[in-house]
Design a protein around this ligand. Sequence first.
Ligand SMILES: *Cc1c(COP(=O)(O)O)cnc(C)c1O
Length: 392
Amino acid sequence: MNDVHPKIYLDYAATTPVDPRVVETMLPYFNQLFGNPSSVHTFGQLAEAALEEARESVAAVLGASPAEIIFTGCGSESDNLALRGAAFSARQQRGANHILISPVEHHAVSHTAAQLASLHGFEVELLPVDPYGQVHPQAVADRLRDDTAMVSVIYANNEIGTINPIAEIGAVCRARGVTFHTDAVQAAGYLPLDVDALNVDLMALGAHKFYGPKGVGALYVRRGTSLTPVITGGGQESGLRAGTHNIPYICGMSRALQLAVEERQQRVAHVQPLRDLIIERVLSDIPSVQLTGHPQQRLPNHASFVFEKVDGNALLMMLDVEGFACSSGSACKTGSPEPSEVLLSTGFTPEWALGSLRVTLGVNTTREQIDQFLDVLPGLVERARHLTGVVE
Ligand SMILES: *Cc1c(COP(=O)(O)O)cnc(C)c1O
């Protein structure tokens, strides 16, 4: 990090730095209030008090009751518990075998569904999406069946930023009595999270996407929603997630979520004009480029593009050399890149999809950083095009 160029971080959708106020909240629980909340003695009682306070705080943000919050080890684990838990339970209770998911899910959902299909014989059906990657409620209504075990649709997509009409899709599922899960891991930092307004039965969160620590998440489980546990052992988390509680991380997550809600308006007001500037300038200054995701209904910190005849990974490396940390849908550190399934599902050809770039902003992003980024990007895209042997 001591190059000639100061490093500029434009990858907040991958992860965020932990807010110093969150670090402060976490510190006492490592070595002072270090008890196991399952212990009977005072050390345990103090840890349990912290745990239940964190649970109440997360529940309050979601408009839920504390008993409906299950703490997990990450956003991925929350998605795994939602899918496996609801699928196995629905099969056991009513022989349901059909799972509906969107084609723009995070791998934590799509790969879990794929395993439910390949190892456990569930029938996984992909919903259609429009060219912006949005799922239409009618498409869900048309595909719900009596043997549908559950439906999962991502709230806001990590790759293309598109926000889905979760409340409307939830209403369709509710009317048919089918369990509805949303992956809100990327959405939580910026979008409303009231679970009743959203009509969700299950909702996954992960702390490190909103200035909390990595390695902790939560799953909202609506009262009456039946889940089969994935991690079995002790009876923690109402028997739904065994394992000694990670109190410092859970307290950090709860504090980070509080701050995200308290400061949401300022954070949106900070990043959205910078995002709009990036989108406007990239589309006007660079030839053969398209915005990916929805032009309006997208995360306020999220700009994403595909460039024709560009190797997205080469572009990322050039940006890194210039001091800019961005991301690409086809990011692959180990060799031959595969085009992103999300981009393919929204109708891009593999050639276009391989030239993707994602720029995501956060609380520490400045106008100066974006100006510098916009100054270098057109030249780098042109260089990347020459690299692939295409001279226009
Ligand atoms: C980051 C992310 C996840 C995974 O969360 P982890 O806490 O990193 O496991 C799941 N879904 C979406 C949409 C994400 O952005």
